[in-house]
Design a protein around this ligand. Structure first.
Ligand code: ZN
Ligand code: ZN
Length: 236
């Protein structure tokens, strides 16, 4: 506790969304920032959770084009502006406080729902060990650990392994991207049989990565896969 106070003086907590120093004892983010950022809202795609334009739309274009094998997704924010910067900071500047903040946001938005699903393990989307060595940590794992503590749920950081270090290739279409990424993952640790898994990642774009992970998990005997992410790309 004493150490935290000293650290607070040396590195005062800042709002993850605007970077302003926060007054002692105040929440992690400014209220005005929390109102300004774009929380995922209804109507949303019934599969990935991305906001859609019309109430009648059941699935977004990405999910129609490329049907998904997971049950449902729980993204928190639309990926733009302040959220985009905060996610980048979490990824490259070792901002553990950001992961804590985002885990709080996940709980605020979906805590009750997630608690009802019967999840028996959180599995972060893995990064390749080369990348991990360069960056020092996997931001999805840090996030999963923050969320796991709040949900009272175990995290399995080695359940999935990334065996190929593929860069997301923008020039590929969805299907080619999925083909490209499908062989990038395999089961790492499989002594514990999980039935219902919540995949955790920072950003969800077209869903090719989560889909590839889901297929590997299902093939290994997992019954149901869900995912949560800090942010989801736009593009209805
Ligand atoms: Zn702020
Ligand atoms: Zn969708």
């Amino acid at each position: 506790m004493k150490n935290n106070r000293v650290l607070d003086l040396l590195y005062p907590p800042r709002c993850p969304l605007c970077g302003q120093v926060r007054p002692f004892g105040a929440g992690a983010a400014c209220e005005k920032c929390l109102k300004k950022v774009e929380w995922v809202r209804e109507p949303a795609c019934m599969k990935c959770g991305k906001p859609v334009e019309y109430e009648e739309t059941e699935y977004c274009r990405d999910c129609v084009r490329l049907p998904k094998s997971y049950v449902r997704g729980f993204p928190v924010f639309v990926y733009r502006e302040a959220v985009q910067e905060a996610v980048t900071a979490m990824k490259y500047q070792n901002q553990r406080a950001y992961a804590d903040f985002f885990a709080d946001c996940m709980m605020a938005r979906y805590g009750e729902t997630l608690g009802r699903l019967g999840i028996d393990g959180l599995v972060p989307v893995p990064i390749h060990r080369n990348r991990r060595r360069r960056r020092g940590y996997n931001q999805a794992q840090v996030l999963a650990q923050c969320l796991g503590r709040r949900m009272g749920c175990r995290v399995y950081p080695d359940y999935l392994r990334r065996i190929r270090d593929t860069e997301p290739q923008k020039e590929l279409n969805d299907r080619q991207r999925l083909e490209n990424i499908k062989s990038a993952f395999k089961i790492g640790e499989n002594r514990i049989k999980l039935k219902q898994v919540l995949l955790v990642d920072d950003i969800y774009t077209t869903g090719a990565t989560v889909e590839a992970c889901t297929r590997v998990l299902l093939a290994a005997g997992v019954e149901k896969v869900y995912y949560t992410s800090v942010a989801i790309g736009q593009g209805y």
